[in-house]
Design a protein around this ligand. Structure first.
Ligand code: NAD
Length: 521
């Protein structure tokens, strides 16, 4: 971290003497008790609850959007698109695909283990602690909770103290007929989160800042609790000079500004190839200048307010730092530096030493950078301690894919922006300081499972060739079988079958007669 960054730790210092809120003590034990009834259900029954929940959310969407807006100050359309639609889409995906991916699955059994069958059983872990941030308080609650329920786990859920949506989840889950100890919601700050980890849940799924993520992984390590960390980002957008400039500029404006730039996957660095740098800049400024900013009541505004004052301070610090180091602000020049209504700012002449180039800003700021070659832009994009997502824009799909492969991050959208996380089938997660693990999609289901490996053999008289006793003769026969098995070719396979039978006969005899069957070694 750059040492000139604002040090903000909104949570009170851990270890403070104020008593923890009611419901904190014993929360994990309550969820563990809930796990007993959830475990008994089939996968189809579990996703049945999610289907009911989906219908309830769809019906009550306007009321939920009111609550989201009240806690976050985002625009109504942002709440609809990123939170309500996103949640429904993920619930629909789970309903359709969780039974397919979570049912016992037969996998390949090699020839050397002939006669047996091999299986994957996806079993619940138990009670999962989910800790969420303030930027998507509905989505970041319901999606991981739904993944937990689909995989047969109960949940202790701790929302952000800044956007608790108090009582809303309990109300929705009760209407979906889910018993109260399937999802135990505990309100409070970081101290509450830390105390819940001390109750030793079976897994911690944390979404939030890299700073807190590091504390969580250290605390969980003491108890060997597995963790899933979805952390911050400084996501690059790379625009080559063969693109449709107007479309790329429109995508850039949305990707950098949606939810007032307070998304972990917001576009935070825009690299534009030199030949189109000026036209792209003009198109982007035009796009940004027509944005309507308001905490609206009818869906007729693009951009809302910032959610917290401490995040406003971070943005102000980055803006001041950029101004002092010579950056040029093309839009949003009139901002006081204190209001939560931060106007979107397109920033030119951004140096690599500025906070805008290195730290997560998490506000409606769009820093532009010029590049000339493919190698240069890959170096620039990877020169970050973060690695969440990225986007690459070019008509030449081969080039776009080549660059996407070279980027050190967890997801890349090609000719689109923030699009990988829009597909519930794609796993989500970062590299470097952006996190550990993946959630969502098929792989994300396994993150909440004990994937049990099972091999089934028949009860019979057969003695395995690898069981005792080991003898010189068995060593010779095993070597012969190994060479024939891995030597390749059809004839090799026939020779392997013959060698295998010989070895099996010998193994059986050796087991019945002792170390020297028939008196030979
Ligand atoms: P934060 O780290 O301050 O807080 C996140 C949550 O952790 C809150 O619920 C908080 O109360 C809790 N917490 C704080 N200290 C704790 C501790 N010691 N032990 C346990 N819990 C503790 O983050 P934030 O400011 O709420 O959220 C913004 C950050 O989240 C940004 O960095 C953003 O990039 C990141 N984020 C990441 C993703 C992702 O999926 N990668 C998604 C959304 C937000």
């Amino acid at each position: 971290m750059n040492d000139t960054a604002v040090e903000t730790d909104p949570a009170p210092p851990l270890g403070s003497d104020t008593p923890l809120p009611a419901g904190t003590a014993g929360a994990v034990a309550r969820a563990r008790r809930g796990a007993l009834s959830l475990r008994r259900l089939t996968i189809a029954e579990r996703v049945g609850y999610l289907r009911t929940l989906k219908a309830i959310i769809l019906r009550r969407r306007e009321e939920i959007i009111d609550r989201i807006q009240k806690d976050t100050g985002k625009s109504r359309a942002d709440a609809l698109i990123s939170e309500i639609f996103g949640v429904l889409d993920n619930l629909a995906w789970l309903e359709k695909y969780a039974p397919k991916y979570l049912s016992p699955r037969k996998v390949h059994t090699p020839i050397a283990l002939m006669g047996k069958s091999s299986w994957l059983w996806c079993e619940p872990l138990g009670a999962i602690l989910i800790i969420s941030p303030w930027n998507y308080p509905f989505y970041q609650a319901v999606v991981p909770i739904a993944v937990a329920i689909a995989t047969g786990n109960t949940v202790v859920y701790k929302p952000s103290e800044w956007t608790p949506l108090e009582g809303l989840l309990e109300d929705l889950f009760a209407e979906a007929q889910m018993p109260p100890n399937w999802v135990c919601v505990v309100y409070g700050d970081g101290r509450v989160g830390a105390s819940l980890i001390d109750q030793r849940p079976d897994k911690v799924m944390f979404t939030g800042s890299t700073r807190t993520g590091k504390k969580i992984v250290q605390q969980a390590a003491q108890y060997m609790i597995p963790v899933e960390l979805e952390l911050g980002g400084k996501d690059p957008m790379i625009v080559f000079d063969d693109v449709n400039v107007e479309r790329a500029a429109a995508g850039c404006a949305w990707g950098a500004l949606t939810t007032t730039g307070q998304s972990c996957t917001s576009v935070e660095r825009v690299y534009v190839q030199e030949r189109i740098y000026e036209p792209f800049k003009r198109a982007l400024v035009k796009e940004v200048e027509r944005i309507k900013q308001e905490v609206d009541t009818d869906g007729d505004a693009d951009l809302g307010a910032m959610t917290t004052d401490f995040q406003v301070q971070i943005v102000a610090h980055h803006v001041e730092d950029a101004r002092a180091k010579g950056a040029e602000f093309l839009t949003g020049k009139g901002w006081s530096g204190a209001s939560r209504m931060i106007p979107p700012m397109v920033v030119d002449k951004v140096g690599s030493d500025m906070l805008l180039a290195r730290e997560e800003t998490f506000g409606p700021i769009i820093p532009l950078f010029k590049f000339s070659t493919e190698d240069e832009v890959i170096r620039m994009a990877n020169d970050s301690e973060y690695g969440l997502t990225a986007s690459v824009w070019s008509k030449d799909l081969e080039r776009a894919k080549r660059v996407a492969r070279a980027l050190e991050c967890g997801g890349v959208s090609i000719n689109n922006v923030m699009a990988t996380e829009a597909n519930p089938a794609l796993p989500f997660g970062g590299t470097k300081h952006s996190g550990l693990g993946r959630y969502k999609g098929e792989m994300g289901l396994y993150a909440f499972c004990n994937v049990k490996s099972v091999l089934i053999d028949k009860d019979s008289a057969k003695i395995e060739a690898n069981w005792y006793p080991y003898t010189r003769e068995k060593y010779r026969l095993f070597t012969d079988m190994t060479v024939k098995l891995f030597g390749g070719g059809v004839i090799g396979f026939v020779k392997f079958a013959l060698a295998g039978m010989k070895l099996e006969r010998y193994a059986k005899k050796a087991s019945q007669e002792g170390r020297r069957p028939g008196g030979h070694s």
